[in-house]
Ligand binder design. Structure first.
Ligand code: 8YV
Length: 309
C-alpha cells in the first residue's frame, strides 16, 4: 500500500502521537472533526485504543477502510462484528501487557485484604498517634476464583500459586492445558472463593456477569477484584453490597463509567480504587506502542497483521 491515509481516533501520549505524525499520512480526528463525514472514503487504516474504540457509525463513514490497529487488548469498544463482516482486519496488543495486569490483580488482592492503602492514610493523617490500625485479612493460602482463564487469568494463577493459594477458575469451557479445577457455575465459584478476580473480556457476553446474586455468594468475608472491564460488574449492586456489609471488600481498577467512580466507595477502607492503570508502566506501554506500529507497518508492507484479532 503506497502511503495510506491513517485516521488517529484520539490523543495518545506525546511520544506515540509524534511517531504517528512523523511516519504516516495522518488525520487527527479531534483536530478535523468533519473529516469523517466529508472525506471518510479516503481513510485506509484507523489507529485507536481500547479506550477510544471505533463505532459502527464511524465504520459506516469509511467505505474503503482496510484495517484497525488498536492499542490495548480489550476490543469491547470496537464494532468487531461490523468490521469483520466487511473484511476489515483488526489488531490489538495482546500478551505484552499480561504481566503488568496480573501484577495489578495480585496488588489489588493484597491491598484490599490487608488494607495497605487505608492504613497508609492512617499514618499520613496522624491517626497512628492515637491508636493502632485494626486487624485485617490474611492473603497467603486462601482460595482464589479466577473468572476468565485466558492469557491474563493464567498469569494471575501463576503468581497466586506463589502465595500457596488454592485456585479454581470459571470460563466458557474447561481449559485442557491446566490442572486447576474448573467451575461451570459462577455462583458456586463465588461461594467457594475468598477472592474472586475478574480477568474476562468486556462486551455484551459478560455484561453484569457479576450481579447481586454472585456478590451475595462471595459473601461478607469475600473480596472482589476487577482488572477486566467495569461493565462485567453491576456497579450499583456492588455499592449496595459493600454498604450493607454483605461483601467483604473490593479492589477495582475499572469502572462502568470511567473516569466516574461511585463516591459512595470513597470512604470505605475495605475498597481500593485505581484509575485503570493495569498496563500503565513505562515498560509495558512502550511494548504496546511498538506492537501497534509493528502491526501498522506489517499491514502497509504486506497486508498482514502481526497480532490479528
Ligand atoms: C489500557 C486496557 O488502559 O488493554 C486494555 O484493554 O484496558 C488497558 O491496557 C487501554 O488500552 C488504554 O486505552
Amino acid at each position: 500500500m503506497t502511503r495510506p491515509t491513517v485516521l488517529q481516533v484520539g490523543r495518545f501520549p506525546p511520544r506515540f502521537n509524534e511517531r504517528l505524525q512523523r511516519d504516516y499520512q495522518l488525520i487527527r480526528l479531534w483536530e478535523q472533526k468533519e473529516f469523517l463525514a466529508e472525506r471518510g472514503a479516503e481513510i485506509d487504516i484507523v489507529v485507536t485504543s481500547a479506550r477510544y474504540g471505533c463505532t459502527a457509525e464511524q465504520l459506516a463513514r469509511m467505505p474503503n477502510l482496510k484495517a484497525i490497529c488498536s492499542f490495548g487488548v480489550g476490543h469491547d469498544s470496537i464494532a468487531v462484528e461490523e468490521a469483520k463482516a466487511r473484511g476489515i482486519a483488526i489488531s490489538t496488543t495482546p500478551d505484552v501487557l499480561n504481566e503488568c495486569v496480573a501484577d495489578t490483580a495480585i496488588g489489588l488482592i493484597i491491598d484490599t485484604a490487608r488494607q495497605f492503602s487505608a492504613s497508609d492514610q492512617h499514618v499520613r493523617q496522624g491517626k497512628w498517634l492515637k491508636g493502632q490500625y485494626p486487624l485485617t485479612r490474611k492473603v497467603s493460602g486462601k482460595r482464589l476464583g479466577i473468572v476468565g482463564f485466558g492469557r491474563i487469568g493464567k498469569e494471575i494463577a501463576k503468581r497466586a500459586a506463589g502465595f500457596d493459594m488454592d485456585i479454581r477458575y470459571h470460563n466458557r469451557r474447561p481449559d485442557p492445558s491446566t490442572e486447576y479445577g474448573y467451575e461451570a457455575d459462577l455462583k458456586a465459584l463465588a461461594s467457594w472463593a475468598d477472592f474472586l478476580v475478574l480477568a474476562c473480556p468486556g462486551g455484551a457476553s459478560t455484561h453484569h456477569l457479576i450481579d447481586a446474586e454472585v456478590l451475595a455468594a462471595l459473601g461478607a468475608d469475600g473480596i472482589l477484584v476487577n482488572i477486566s472491564r467495569g461493565s462485567v460488574v453491576d456497579e450499583q449492586a456492588l455499592v449496595t453490597a459493600l454498604q450493607a456489609g454483605t461483601l467483604g471488600g473490593a479492589g477495582l481498577d475499572v469502572f462502568e463509567d470511567e473516569p466516574r467512580v461511585p463516591e459512595a466507595l470513597f470512604a470505605m477502607p475495605n475498597v481500593v480504587l485505581l484509575p485503570h492503570v493495569g498496563s500503565a508502566t513505562e515498560e509495558t506501554r512502550l511494548a504496546m506502542e511498538n506492537l501497534v506500529f509493528d502491526n501498522l507497518d506489517a499491514f502497509i508492507e504486506r497486508g498482514e497483521l502481526i497480532t490479528p484479532l
